[in-house]
Structures are given as C-alpha cells and as structure tokens.
Design a protein around this ligand. Structure first.
Ligand code: G
Ligand code: G
Ligand code: MN
Ligand code: NA
Length: 251
C-alpha cells in the first residue's frame, strides 16, 4: 500500500510533528498545561490529522515509532520553554493502549531534562473496560512511581467504567468533548456532566473538560465544578511559537 510506504518515509524524514493545545485553570484561566497532538506534514498532501493516518499506522505497528518522535519533540519544546522562563506546569501525551505496557515508556522523560514540567500520559477510557491485566497495572504503577501523571482520556465515550477508573486510580479524568459541546443547548447533558464531575470528586481527582468552544461553555463548566478547561474558546492546537506567546500573555 502506498500510504504504508509513505508513513515509513515520513518516519525517516521526521515529517510527524507535535502541536500543543493549551489547558487553562477553570477559575483563573491561566495556562496549566498543554496536550501534545500530532500532525503529519506530508510533502504532497499537506498537513494531515491523526484520523487520516493513525488507523493505518496502528495496523502497520508503526505508531510506537511515530509516538517516539512526537514525545521527543514535545519534550524538547517543553525544555525550551523552561529555558526561556515560561515553563509549562504540565505536558500531556496521548498513549496507545498497547504502548502503556511498553517498558521503554518509563524512560521517555530522560530524553530531555525537565525541571518543573510534569509529564502526563493520557489513556483512553475505552481501554479501561477491558480486563486490566496485572502487567498493565504494574506498568501504570511504574509510570506513576517515576513521577508521571496518569489521565483518563475521552471519559464517557467508552462504557464510562467506574470499576475501570477505580482500578486505574488516575490523577485526572478528561470528559469527552461530545458530552461537553451540547451542554449549552441540552439541560440533560448538563446534568450528565454534573454527575460525571461528581464521580471525579468521589475519586478526589482533577476533572478536565474538552471541547470548550465558547465563553458560554466555560461559564457553565466552571459552575459545574470542572477544574481544567481545554478547547477552541481558549486555543486551537498551536505550534510552539504560538504556545509560548499565549503563556507569555496569560501566564
Ligand atoms: O488533534 P486531533 O484531532 O488531531 O487528535 C485526534 C486524536 O488522535 C486524539 O484524540 C488522540 O486520541 C489521537 N492522537 C493525537 N496525537 C497523538 C499522539 O501523539 N499519539 C497517539 N498515540 N495518539 C494521538
Ligand atoms: O485526545 P483527544 O481525542 O481528546 O484529542 C482532542 C481532539 O479534539 C483533537 O483532535 C483536537 O483538535 C480536537 N479539539 C480540541 N478542542 C476542540 C474543540 O473545542 N472543539 C472540537 N470540536 N474539537 C476540539
Ligand atoms: Mn487526548
Ligand atoms: Na479526548
């Protein structure tokens, strides 16, 4: 397949690059972190988003190699921001379910020395419903012992498994944007989000809302008790120069 040959070439040429979507504190609206989102700067097809190549990369078992490129570049950007005095409190990486058990993940942050930036891994909620093997839990505990934060991504999009959440014992949950976007028009969804925030409270973990598209979303989510907000209302995924500008402006 042509795309597969192109992905391999893309890896060789480091055509995969990170963008950074800021996360802000729900109350102060100061930047508290950024999620790293990969893009493929394809020489002929332009900038491709993960939905256009992630399934194929996964099938070809090339996702770990792409992730390594993204992690290294993401950490390099975080280190550079620290160096110029505008370090991020946190930088978050998406990690495929299979990669959590990759023993190499533990040494990711050795790539760049970070002083004050916490590294977080986002694990999809959908993997939590599968039986969590003892090795999966062992690897997650190692990551935590190493000082990484563990966040559950797209909560509410899988089976909203509370048992899975209890077993993983994450530092934060991120509510799926498909539950957030409708809250301005649907009282029912608003109520649902209120209860999901309540689940987060019961676990004593931080709750992030994704898909915060308007000021109205932000007001409601603050009222519902979300701790952290992420979405187009604050910023789209940015390149490192734009991210630095935003951190300089907002702190
Ligand atoms: O920003 P965006 O629409 O492009 O991201 C879509 C999805 O692709 C994300 O929700 C995430 O699950 C996945 N994704 C984005 N960046 C990465 C990455 O660096 N590694 C992995 N494994 N998945 C990613
Ligand atoms: O990891 P995850 O699947 O949650 O990745 C987030 C995805 O959501 C990315 O593709 C990103 O571009 C997208 N996104 C981020 N903020 C918003 C938003 O406010 N609205 C919508 N519709 N999509 C968003
Ligand atoms: Mn994510
Ligand atoms: Na998400």
């Amino acid at each position: 397949r042509r795309l597969s040959v192109e992905i391999e070439r893309g890896i060789e040429n480091e055509e995969f690059v990170p963008l950074f979507q800021p996360q802000v504190d729900a109350v102060t609206e100061r930047v508290v972190g950024a999620e790293v989102l990969m893009r493929w700067q394809h020489p002929e097809r332009g900038v491709l988003t993960p939905d256009q190549f992630l399934p194929m990369a996964t099938r070809l078992a090339l996702l770990p190699e792409i992730d390594r490129i993204i992690y290294r570049q993401g950490l390099r950007a975080a280190a550079e921001m620290e160096r110029v005095g505008h370090g991020l409190p946190k930088i978050s990486f998406n990690v495929g379910s299979a990669q959590i058990e990759d023993p190499g993940l533990i040494s990711v942050s050795d790539l760049y020395e970070l002083e004050s930036t916490t590294v977080a891994f986002e694990i999809l909620e959908s993997v939590l419903v599968e039986e969590q093997s003892s090795n999966f839990r062992f690897q997650v505990d190692r990551l935590r012992d190493r000082g990484y934060r563990i966040e559950v991504d797209d909560f509410g999009s899988g089976h909203a498994s509370v048992v899975g959440l209890m077993q993983l014992n994450p530092d934060a949950m991120k509510i799926d944007q498909r539950l957030i976007i409708p809250i301005i028009s649907s009282a029912r969804t608003r109520d649902l989000v209120r209860h999901i925030v309540g689940i987060g409270r019961s676990f004593g973990i931080s709750v992030t809302a994704e898909g915060v598209e308007t000021a109205e979303h932000a007001v409601i989510l603050r009222e519902l008790g979300c701790n952290t907000l992420q979405g187009f209302h604050y910023a789209r995924p940015l390149n490192v120069v734009e991210l630095l500008d935003m951190v300089e402006e907002r702190g």
